[in-house]
Design a protein around this ligand. Structure first.
Ligand SMILES: Cc1cc2nc3c(=O)[nH]c(=O)nc-3n(C[C@H](O)[C@H](O)[C@H](O)COP(=O)(O)O)c2cc1C
Length: 411
């Protein structure tokens, strides 16, 4: 059992400071400076001994542990929203405006959380949504997440800008993962990523459409200023340098591409993509009925209602509030997924009641990853699953199919 102790966090931070430095060729004074800076940063957790991942009470309790473990700029990369971070907060707060209508005297001795997505069995409707650069949070990054997903039979969506290739993620997961897709302004790059993912066995391509170039992440920018490490040692700011470090883009000729998620992406692009994706094509980042209808018309196999965890735009419109209009427009023709602010089993329950087929989480499993590695991710999945099972029993819904719009009201 792993114990979370501030002093251990401090030691880990020091080791990380070293690990983050390309040590070869650096003068000793630079290394000693990094060590001194790591020592100077106070640990944020004051509890004498927070015990292992399995004893954490709820997924939100992982966040301060992640904060205490991570360098300030890495934590801020995870936490940041756009502008004033209000959409990040509202994504979760909005769930408190939905109340659960529990039914009584229904046999719930067997609560069955399993469901079907695209004809495939899922043990639980909760999946791990795409998060880029996960080695910024733990040395094992996506591999630890994939192993946890495998251990818990949860679906994993791998980011285009992951620090692990899809081949390695699938090997660690044990079964196919979904490949999230960021495009560039060079069509051949898009085609190459799709082909590689499908060759590796990816069962779905998920095109993200809400993350246009040039977003305003002030929380991240502020943290970079107080982070005393030399970020330039690891991070190259230009497009070519950035993409060279991403396994899904490495080896591709990026000389004709200038940006990820280009500003001129349109429905024509989606139609063209539909033509080359032979498996399922899902569109992530839809928040209106109009776009949901267009997505179905253009051949999308699934829709993810998402505002990218509030990181891209300060719309003040929580994704759970966008779900009902999308579900209504889709009319059951394709499955609708949702992510953003899911922190409790009751949040999952409400999303299912409002018509979601699957419910994605982002930051919570990364908090678990940062604090405890693979076991932290597993604990996050376990906690949400346990809470979901509990509310299903309480609400008189022994199966996922039994959860209906009648089980929730907006107050
Ligand atoms: C640090 C971080 C990186 C992310 N990277 C990606 C990404 O590469 N591709 C993508 O489609 N979504 C990305 N997302 C968005 C998530 O897939 C998901 O939509 C969001 O995190 C859900 O909100 P939540 O964090 O409140 O659970 C990222 C989110 C975070 C927090």
């Amino acid at each position: 059992m792993k114990t979370f102790r501030p002093e251990r966090t401090q030691r880990r931070r020091i080791l990380r400071a070293f690990a983050a430095l390309p040590i070869a060729g650096l003068p000793l004074t630079t290394l000693l400076g990094a060590l001194a800076r790591a020592h100077a940063e106070p640990a944020a957790v004051s509890d004498a001994a927070l015990t292992a991942a399995a004893q954490i009470l709820n997924v939100m309790d992982f966040e301060p542990l992640a904060k205490a473990t991570l360098p300030p700029a890495h934590f801020a990369y995870l936490a940041t929203g756009a502008d004033d971070d209000q959409t990040v907060r509202l994504n979760h707060e909005a769930f408190s405006h939905y109340q659960i209508r529990s039914r009584r005297l229904i046999d719930v001795s067997h609560a069955d959380l399993s469901t079907q997505v695209f004809g495939q069995p899922w043990t639980c409707p909760i999946y791990l949504s795409a998060v880029g650069s996960m080695r910024a949070f733990h040395p094992d990054g996506e591999l630890a997440v994939a192993r946890a997903a495998g251990a818990k039979s949860a679906l994993m969506m791998l980011s285009t800008v992951a620090t692990t290739s899809i081949e390695d993620a699938i090997a660690a997961r044990g079964t196919p993962v979904w490949q999230q897709l960021y495009t560039t302004d060079d069509w051949s790059i898009t085609q190459a990523i799709v082909r590689r993912a499908e060759r590796a066995g990816s069962s779905a391509i998920v095109l993200t459409v809400d993350n246009l170039t040039g977003r305003n992440n002030e929380t991240l920018e502020r943290a970079k200023r107080v982070d005393t490490r030399d970020c330039a040692q690891c991070h190259v700011s230009d497009f070519a340098g950035y993409t060279r470090r991403k396994p899904m883009l490495a080896g591709l000729d990026l000389s004709h591409a200038t940006e990820l998620s280009p500003l001129n992406m349109s429905w024509d692009f989606f139609a063209r993509l539909r033509g080359v994706v032979s498996g399922k094509l899902i569109i992530k980042g839809i928040v209106t009925a109009e776009d949901a209808a267009l997505a179905v018309r253009h051949g999308a196999d699934g829709i993810v209602v998402s505002n990218h965890g509030g990181r891209d735009e300060e719309t003040l419109r929580p994704s759970i509030d966008c779900l009902p209009e999308v579900v209504a427009a889709v009319k059951r023709r394709v499955p609708v997924f949702v992510d953003g602010g899911i922190r409790r089993g009751t949040d999952v329950f409400k999303a299912l009641a409002l018509g979601a087929t699957g419910v994605g989480i982002g930051r919570p499993y990364v908090w678990g990853l940062a604090a405890f590695g693979q076991s932290g991710v597993e604990a996050v999945i376990d906690l949400l699953t346990r809470e979901l099972r509990q509310i299903m029993r309480q609400a008189g819904t022994p199966t996922i199919a039994a959860i209906t719009p009648e089980h929730v009201i907006h107050g």
